[in-house]
Design a protein around this ligand. Structure first.
Ligand code: PXP
Length: 242
């Protein structure tokens, strides 16, 4: 039996629907509390620089109302560092961010951005925030994460989710190899992006993984089946894979 795998539910897209009308609903904090009741181990929220979904007020309320850990996804900017230090979430996952992208496309270039990331990892860690770097499943990136002293990496599963057949199997192997390499070096390994009921099982079966962060699919599926049942089903699939 492998170590348990935590489920972090990303509630960004509840805020996307709310913001489409500039209304007060649906409320992402209500969704977070419901996900927690249904078995989520943590809540993930990405405060983007353009505030297209989660807002500063959402982060404030999540910080005050959640009884499970909050994982704040953030770009490596001075503004986001200040916000993280003010709210002190359980974890901060540093992600690459480009204004024109639809979602987080590709991982952080931890190697290329070493000089920007080093002081940020140090400051967040000194504040007691568990720092994670969202990277491609690549040995050079894991090496950089190690040199940066990041205790956690989150492996980008977007490419795996987009591929099919042999190419997908090869990408799965790349993720499994990266997870093994990171864990061997004492880094805790998470994964996420694009995961669904149909593609989660082979990822959840990777023994070194400790957490999956899943959002878009769960929120979309909740329209049909409700958030509680959808979170419970994802949890069950993850548990069966271990
Ligand atoms: N992990 C990270 C670092 C992300 O940026 C995202 C998307 O915001 C996710 C996980 C969740 O991806 P998805 O919404 O496709 O499940």
């Amino acid at each position: 039996m492998n170590a348990p795998l935590r489920l972090g539910v990303n509630i960004d897209h509840v805020a996307t629907v709310r913001n489409a009308r500039g209304s007060g609903y649906p409320d992402p904090v209500r969704a977070a509390l419901m996900a927690a009741d249904a078995g989520a181990d943590g809540i993930t929220a990405h405060l983007r620089e353009d505030r297209r979904h989660i807002t500063d007020a959402d982060i404030e309320r999540l910080s005050a109302e959640l009884s499970i850990p909050l994982n704040l996804e953030m770009a490596a900017t001075a503004e986001m560092l200040g916000i993280a230090l003010r709210h002190r979430p359980h974890a901060a996952c540093i992600v690459p961010e480009r204004r024109e992208e639809r979602t987080t496309e590709g991982g952080l270039d931890a190697a290329g951005q070493f000089a920007v990331l080093a002081p940020m990892v140090a400051e967040l860690s000194a504040a007691g925030i568990r720092v994670s770097l969202f990277i491609e499943p690549d040995a050079a990136q894991i090496d950089a994460a190690l040199k940066l002293g990041a205790p956690v990496v989150e492996l980008h599963t977007g490419r795996y989710c987009d591929l099919t057949g042999e190419a997908q199997t090869a990408e799965l192997r790349r993720i499994a190899d990266a997870a093994a390499l990171a864990a061997k070096n004492g880094i805790e390994v998470h994964a996420g992006h694009g995961l669904t009921f149909d593609n989660v099982v082979p990822i959840a079966a990777i023994p070194q993984l400790r957490e999956l962060n899943i959002g878009h699919f769960l929120i979309g599926e909740a329209i049909f089946d409700g958030l509680g049942p959808v979170v419970r089903r994802m949890r069950a699939l993850m548990d069966e894979a271990r």
